[in-house]
Design a protein around this ligand. Structure first.
Ligand code: GUN
Length: 280
């Protein structure tokens, strides 16, 4: 399942929509604190794709040793600025910065990452709001590749707030209707559990965890893991062995990563609509 191709389709369709509306700028703002190299690359890619989608983007960068007050005032300024529609605070923040206090400052309409407690609460309550981009990207990938979810057994490996927990909610909610099991590092006999699944979403951050013996013939395997090893950047899925068994599989890179960006940009246009800054 080719995430790059789908991301390009999403970006092109957003661009068309924005150009057709000949609308004042749709604006995504990012906040990056510190000098984490992968985060710098992720944020740069988000800006590049925002521009390709016909959006404007703004970037605020703070030093590794920025204080809590400095980070919070940067976010507060973007929250108060009517020309900014989406705010993304790149995680992780440096140790010592209270993440929750920072996220609490993002209004739910501008929370295009869907990570604040209000957005998470809305997802749980089934109310309109932004959904975290990575699990949303996985749903879009399954949907666009015609992977049936209704009545199917899905196993999500990993219980992060960024991916695993919202993924369980999205797969299980009405309209998607999968029967979902949440597995994690303490799950007994993970391989046997996964062999019963029609869909495996690996989001544990454990390099090469999912091998061919986890996968029943024709199952769908989605890799959300990312680990930096001596052999380079690898996912949670041992692609070479699993592709022999799976009916559909995402590559790493080029699978769920680009879909995260595609969904971030969709959320940003939705944010502009929620704020009344873009026609419905
Ligand atoms: N760090 C890794 N993935 C993400 C993401 O989707 N959003 C944010 N804000 N930080 C991340």
């Amino acid at each position: 399942m080719d995430g790059n191709r789908l991301r390009d389709e999403i970006v092109a369709s957003l661009r068309q929509e924005i150009e057709a509306a000949s609308q004042a700028a749709v604006c995504l703002a990012t906040v990056l604190v510190g000098n984490d190299k992968p985060s710098q690359i992720y944020v740069r890619n988000k800006h590049r794709k925002a521009q390709e989608a016909g959006m404007v983007s703004r970037h605020v960068e703070l030093a590794q040793n920025a204080t809590q007050t400095e980070v919070q005032s940067a976010v507060r300024e973007l929250a108060d600025d009517d020309s900014v529609h989406g705010i993304l605070v790149q995680l992780p923040l440096p140790a010592g910065v209270d993440v929750e206090a920072v996220l609490d400052l993002i209004p739910p309409e501008k929370d295009v990452d869907g990570l604040t407690e209000r957005s998470m609460g809305r997802l749980l309550r089934g109310r309109v709001g932004h959904v975290p981009c990575t699990p949303l990207g996985v749903m879009e990938l399954l949907n666009r590749y015609g992977i049936e979810t209704s009545g199917r057994r899905a196993v999500v490996i990993g219980r992060s707030t960024l991916v695993g927990l919202p993924q369980v909610l999205l797969l299980g909610r009405k309209g998607c209707d999968a029967t979902v099991t949440l597995a994690h590092s303490r799950t007994k006999d993970l391989a046997a559990l996964c062999r019963k699944a029609d869909i495996i979403i690996a989001a544990a951050g454990m390099a090469g965890l999912v091998t061919a013996d986890f996968v029943s013939p024709q199952a769908t395997v989605v890799d959300v893991g990312i680990s930096r090893t001596a052999a380079g950047i690898v996912g949670d899925v041992d692609f070479d062995s699993v592709q022999e068994v799976a009916g559909a599989i995402t590559p790493m890179p080029g699978g769920t990563g680009p879909m995260t960006i595609g969904c971030l940009l969709k959320n940003t246009l939705a944010a502009a609509r929620m704020l009344g800054a873009f026609p419905r």
